[in-house]
Design a protein around this ligand. Structure first.
Ligand SMILES: Nc1ncnc2c1ncn2[C@@H]1O[C@H](COP(=O)(O)OP(=O)(O)OP(=O)(O)O)[C@@H](O)[C@H]1O
Ligand SMILES: [Mn+2]
Length: 587
């Protein structure tokens, strides 16, 4: 082939590959199928059609030319400019001894091993001069304490009334007469434009096929209990309420010997895929630091270490809230030397070492925190981790990946559209799959879950393809919750605050936990008490759960008051994250 022909061929292939890449990226918004979400330069969102080429170009500009916006993983350049690693090292040096993950073996008693995890009095850590959290949070702690003493219990009777009289069914939006039946206090008000509380069909048992039904799967003779669990995953939930398989799977994952350990490819932090003697598999995230260690004040949400206890606690929370959209997760203590080291090979094996303190460590390969100075270390070889039962293999049950409409920008200066567009929800409401059915309500549920745990890292979500669009979003990846016990991040509630929308059942559940007799924190302690590495949550995080339930209820109350033009005593909740000071201009 002549040189010219080769060049032409090369350019053609690049063009085809580039187009493919572009198409795949665009499809992410609609879960790899359906219509494309595109933003014209002004006005409302339109769907692919006549303007396809122009829109594709706009999207291309957004996604690629403004590259940092495109990914939830900050580039190396960003992390370097944050002096990320430097901060961590400094912080570890400054941290009081008792907070080390793996103290040298000649400091017995300092490691918070399961059973011995001596949940500190609520404020020990903060009272020490060495508090490593956000300084503002210290003030919040005082305010929260004072409020607790001063405040009378508000049982949100107005919301209860509204619940009884007002909800509209998910299919009934077209009528837009949702407020017509408003009774009680609000009986004199006119109809609402949009429903606030929606009765979803999820309570019904109808039309709830399982993966087994839809994929025509048969359980082989040697099937594991996890295979059985997978077959029963249904269109509306990962597992049925009180399904005995859930506890059985957690018990087995917590006790059965390992037979294989490999590192999970991709992702930002190290995760291991563990195979057990009974052929079950789990995704393991190792403990990084103790439960009372707050998010490092110099870390962004996307550079925060993941917390194994957050993965565990969030599974329990998801179940208590009645969502049942997460895979079972249990804690487990393992011996790195005898249970992991003999089973690993290749690149992972090369990263094992003994630290100067004689603890067994490894760091694996990943884009963050996978080097000697950020190794995972045992005490001296015992390591806590979270173990999430594996999802069905993608070859059995394919999943769709969706961009979360309220994802953050993952750029240290740029903002996401929802942060400066108060009407952002109106845009989302018109885009499939958010324009009908359950999906928008599911995002509200996800916001409830994320707000309660303080997770700011929900960039994508996944659904099972077999169930099409009228199915639950899988609740995955909760390693970044429970980092700041004295800060309630209202921006996580943006979907609820901007849409003024919540599923009736979720609101009922929140009211139930708020008014008791069992508070959410109590139900959580009870639910997590059987975990092998209980207690899972530091008391201030449990207190935060109860406090945040109330904030969500206040947000819904505020929505109703504004919609009904009622005088409101409550100031609006602001969704903007705490303003950060700016660097002064350089002369
Ligand atoms: N229980 C599970 N079983 C099988 N696969 C899982 C499970 N949990 C998560 N995954 C897959 O592994 C991927 C990475 O997991 P996860 O998001 O928890 O880790 P991560 O390091 O936080 O990744 P990222 O940094 O990309 O968000 C997920 O996108 C999901 O597809
Ligand atoms: Mn993640």
């Amino acid at each position: 082939m002549k040189l010219r022909e080769r060049i032409v061929l090369g350019i053609s292939i690049s063009a085809v590959l580039f187009t493919l890449l572009l198409v795949m990226d665009l499809q992410m918004d609609t879960g790899y199928s359906g219509q494309h979400l595109v933003y014209p330069s002004h006005g409302r969102v339109k769907f692919g059609g006549g303007e396809n080429i122009r829109n594709a170009y706009d999207s291309f500009q957004k996604r690629f030319l403004q590259k940092a916006n495109a990914s939830h993983v900050p580039s190396k350049e960003i992390s370097n400019s944050l002096n990320l690693f430097g901060n961590v090292v400094r912080d570890i040096e400054n941290r009081p001894q008792r907070q080390f993950n793996a103290p040298a073996i000649d400091q017995p008693g300092q490691f918070e091993a399961p059973g011995q995890f001596d949940a500190p009095g609520p404020f020990d850590v903060l009272d020490s001069a060495n508090y490593h959290g956000d300084r503002n949070d210290l003030n919040n702690r005082r305010v929260f304490q004072e409020n607790q003493v001063r405040e009378q219990h508000d049982n949100f009777n107005d919301l209860n009334d509204f619940l009884i009289n007002n909800p509209v069914s998910a299919g009934g939006r077209s009528g837009r007469k949702s407020g017509a039946g408003v009774g009680g206090d609000s009986g004199d008000s006119g109809p609402l434009e949009d429903p606030i509380i929606v009765v979803s069909e999820e309570d019904s048992e109808l039309d709830n096929p399982t993966l087994q039904d839809l994929l025509g799967l048969e359980l082989p003779d040697n099937a594991t209990i996890l295979d059985e669990f997978h077959m029963r995953i249904s269109k509306r939930e990962m597992y049925k309420e009180d399904d005995p398989l859930v506890e059985r799977i957690m018990d087995e994952i917590a006790t059965v010997p390992f037979t294989d350990v490999v590192q999970k490819e991709g992702g930002t932090q190290i995760k291991l895929i563990i195979t057990f003697d009974n052929h079950l598999q789990a995704l393991m995230k190792p403990m990084r630091f103790p439960r009372d260690q707050q998010t490092l004040p110099n870390h962004f949400y996307f550079t925060d270490y993941e917390r194994h206890n957050s993965e565990i606690a969030t599974f329990h929370l998801d179940r208590l809230l009645g969502f049942r959209r997460a895979m079972p997760v249990t804690g487990r203590l393992c011996n790195i030397t005898s249970e992991i080291y003999p089973l690993v090979d290749g690149e992972l094996l090369k990263t094992f070492f003994v630290s100067p303190g004689n603890n067994i460590c490894f760091h694996g390969k990943c884009s963050y925190y996978c080097d000697t100075s950020h190794a995972v270390c045992g005490n001296p070889d015992m390591l806590e981790g979270s173990y999430a039962a594996f999802l069905p293999d993608k070859s059995v049950a394919e999943r769709k990946v969706w961009r979360h409409p309220w994802r953050r920008s993952y750029h240290k200066r740029r903002k996401a559209q929802w942060e400066h567009d108060a009407d952002y929800c109106d845009i989302v409401r018109e885009i499939p799959p958010y324009n009908q059915g359950r999906r928008l309500l599911d995002l509200m549920d996800m916001a409830v879950l994320d707000f309660l745990i303080g997770n700011m890292d929900r960039h994508h979500y996944e659904t099972f393809k077999a169930f099409d669009n009228e199915t639950f979003p899988i609740h995955l990846d909760h390693g970044r919750g429970f980092g700041r016990a004295y800060h309630d991040e209202l921006s996580i509630l943006a979907p609820i605050l901007q849409c003024c929308l919540i599923r009736e059942r979720t609101l009922n559940t929140l009211l139930k936990f708020h008014n008791g007799p069992k508070k959410l924190s109590e139900a959580m302690v009870e639910s997590m008490s059987r975990d092998p590495i209980a207690p899972i949550l530091w008391q201030p995080h449990l207190d935060a759960l109860d406090r945040r339930v109330k904030i969500i209820l206040q947000a819904i109350r505020h929505c109703i008051e504004v919609r009904l033009d009622k005088p409101t005593e409550n100031p609006p909740l602001t969704i903007l994250p705490t303003a950060r000071i700016k660097l002064p201009p350089r002369s």
